[in-house]
Design a protein around this ligand. Structure first.
Ligand code: IPE
Ligand code: IPE
Ligand code: MG
Length: 248
C-alpha cells in the first residue's frame, strides 16, 4: 500500500466516482446520532471537492443518496435532505469562485420541492463553469437508470426514429444520466464494505476500484491522495496483455 507516494501530475484520473460510506457507523463509534456523521461527512465533501479540483480531476461523482436510501427512517432521510440543501446554499459562492460546475444524476423528481429548487438554481448558476464538474448522484440507482434508458430507446424504436441495429454502446451511453461525461477511471468506496450498491453499474465496467476502511467523515486529502497513488500504480489493460500495453 503506497502511503505517502508522490502523485504523478500527468496520470490524474479524469473522472473519480466515490461511494461515500460509513457516516452512521463513524458516529455510532463516538456515541453520536447518525446525522452527526452525515454532518461531518459534508466537511469531507467540501475537502475532497477542493482536492480534486486542485489535482486537475475533471469530473467528481459523489454518491450522496441512493434509490434504496429512501427506505431509511424518515428523520434520517429528512436530515440528509436538509444537509444537502444547506450545503448547496452555502457552497454556491465558492463554486463560482473556483469555477466548479454542479450537475446531478438520479431521479430528482423524488426530492422535496425546496431541495429540488435549490439544486436547480445551483445547476443553472454554475452551468458555465469550466474547471471541475461536481456531479451529485441523488436518488440514484444504476438499475433505475438502465430501465429509464431502455424505455426511452424502446419508444424511439417503436416510433421508427431508430432501428434496433442502431443500439450500441454509444447509444446507450447517450441515454444514461451521465451522457456527455467521461467514464469513471477510479471508483472509491469508503467505510469498509466491498460492494457497488447499485452505483454506476454500466459506467464502471472498466473503472479501477479502490476500497478503503476509512470512514467517510475521516476521508480527507491524504486518504484521497493515497487512493490516487494506488490508481497510478495499476496497469489498465482493457482486456489486452501487459506486453501489449507496454509496447504501446
Ligand atoms: C453513507 O453513510 C451516507 C449515505 C448512504 C447517505 P451511511 O449512512 O451509509 O453510513 P453507515 O454505512 O451506516 O456507516
Ligand atoms: C451506498 O451506501 C449509497 C450511498 C453512499 C449514497 P449504503 O450504505 O446505502 O449501501 P448499503 O446499503 O450498505 O449497500
Ligand atoms: Mg452505509
Amino acid at each position: 500500500m503506497p502511503v505517502s507516494q508522490p502523485i504523478e501530475p500527468l496520470r490524474i484520473p479524469r473522472h473519480v466516482a466515490i461511494i461515500m460510506d460509513g457516516n452512521g457507523r463513524w458516529a455510532k463509534q463516538r456515541s453520536k446520532p447518525r446525522l452527526y456523521g452525515h454532518k461531518v461527512g459534508v466537511d469531507s465533501v467540501q475537502t475532497i471537492v477542493e482536492s480534486a479540483s486542485e489535482l486537475g480531476v475533471e469530473v467528481l461523482t459523489l454518491y450522496a443518496f441512493s434509490t434504496e436510501n429512501w427506505k431509511r427512517p424518515a428523520d434520517e432521510v429528512g436530515g440528509l435532505m436538509g444537509l444537502l440543501k444547506t450545503y448547496l446554499q452555502r457552497e454556491l459562492s465558492r463554486m463560482l469562485k473556483n469555477r466548479i460546475r454542479l450537475t446531478c444524476i438520479g431521479d430528482i423528481e423524488k426530492l422535496p420541492k425546496d431541495v429540488r429548487d435549490v439544486l436547480q438554481k445551483t445547476i443553472t448558476d454554475t452551468a458555465e463553469n469550466d474547471k471541475l464538474t461536481l456531479n451529485l448522484a441523488l436518488s440514484y440507482g444504476g438499475r433505475a437508470e438502465l430501465i429509464r434508458a431502455i424505455r426511452t430507446i424502446a419508444t424511439e424504436v417503436s416510433a421508427g426514429d431508430i432501428n434496433t441495429d442502431d443500439i450500441d454502446e454509444n447509444l446507450i451511453d447517450n441515454h444514461l444520466y451521465t451522457a456527455g461525461l467521461p467514464e469513471p477511471d477510479l471508483l472509491i468506496r469508503t467505510g469498509g464494505e466491498a460492494r457497488l450498491s447499485n452505483f454506476l453499474l454500466w459506467q464502471a465496467s472498466y473503472a479501477e476500484i479502490y476500497f478503503t476502511d476509512v470512514m467517510w467523515p475521516e476521508f480527507r486529502e491524504q486518504a484521497f491522495a493515497d487512493a490516487i497513488a494506488e490508481y497510478q500504480g495499476r496497469e489498465r489493460r482493457f482486456g489486452r496483455t501487459s506486453a501489449q500495453i507496454k509496447s504501446g
